[in-house]
Design a protein around this ligand. Structure first.
Ligand SMILES: [Zn+2]
Ligand SMILES: [Zn+2]
Length: 210
């Protein structure tokens, strides 16, 4: 659910059905003749998750819908990452993710399969995938970012609800035809922490972020 800004006098209602059968009803109301805030109410098969006066919830899911999650606080950190792990695990040119406090991130359904990974920095973490559809949904147990979960932006039901990336990292792996955003660019981690190739081999670290 969420608050949506629309023009005076306008209103809209939207009903969507996901392939996995999760239904969602969004109903908008105009607050008054000059009021422009519309309050949306969201109902899913998991039950009522929001309504008048309640705080906004962000929700998301894997491709097949088995894994679903929610959190409350709007993310501050959003990044595009071009590391080899983000490329390989997503099959795309980069991964876009944001951080959420671990105690705010709630898994609503599904049993994600975790894949322990050692980042190029030597930090440890676990990538979490849906065991049914294989979608990478979130990363947790990050030794470098305790108490944080990094969630893939594309898994959000409404990616537009989260602000754009504030930086691009591991740009040394950027594919030449991808265009840089007008935000700070870092060849690796912003702090430059990275093991040497020999050290990486010794501990079994990859070429990924974290
Ligand atoms: Zn899935
Ligand atoms: Zn990455």
């Amino acid at each position: 659910m969420g608050l949506e800004h629309v023009g005076p006098g306008s209103a809209k209602a939207l009903i969507t059905f996901s392939p996995a059968g999760t239904s969602r009803l969004l109903i908008g109301f105009v607050a008054g003749p000059s009021g422009v805030w519309v309050l949306a109410v969201s109902v899913t098969e998991r039950g009522y998750i929001g309504g008048v006066g309640m705080s906004e919830k962000f929700t998301g899911r894997c491709e097949c819908g088995a894994v679903t999650y929610e959190f409350s606080k709007a993310p501050d950190f959003v990044a595009n990452c071009y590391c080899k792990d983000c490329q390989r695990s997503s099959g795309a040119v980069m991964g876009t993710y944001f951080s959420v406090a671990a105690d705010d991130f709630k898994l609503l359904s599904g049993n994600p399969r975790s894949y322990p990974y050692i980042a190029a920095s030597g930090n440890t973490l676990e990538r979490n995938f849906c065991p049914d559809c294989g979608a990478r949904v979130f990363t947790d147990k990050l030794s470098g970012f305790p108490g944080q979960v990094f969630v893939m932006l594309g898994s959000l039901d409404n990616p537009e609800a989260v602000k754009p990336p504030i930086m691009e990292i591991f740009t040394k792996f950027r594919i030449s035809w991808t265009k840089a955003l007008d935000v700070p660019q870092y060849p690796g981690r912003p702090d430059g922490k990275e093991l040497s190739p020999a050290e990486r081999e010794k501990v079994g670290a990859g070429e990924g972020c974290g």
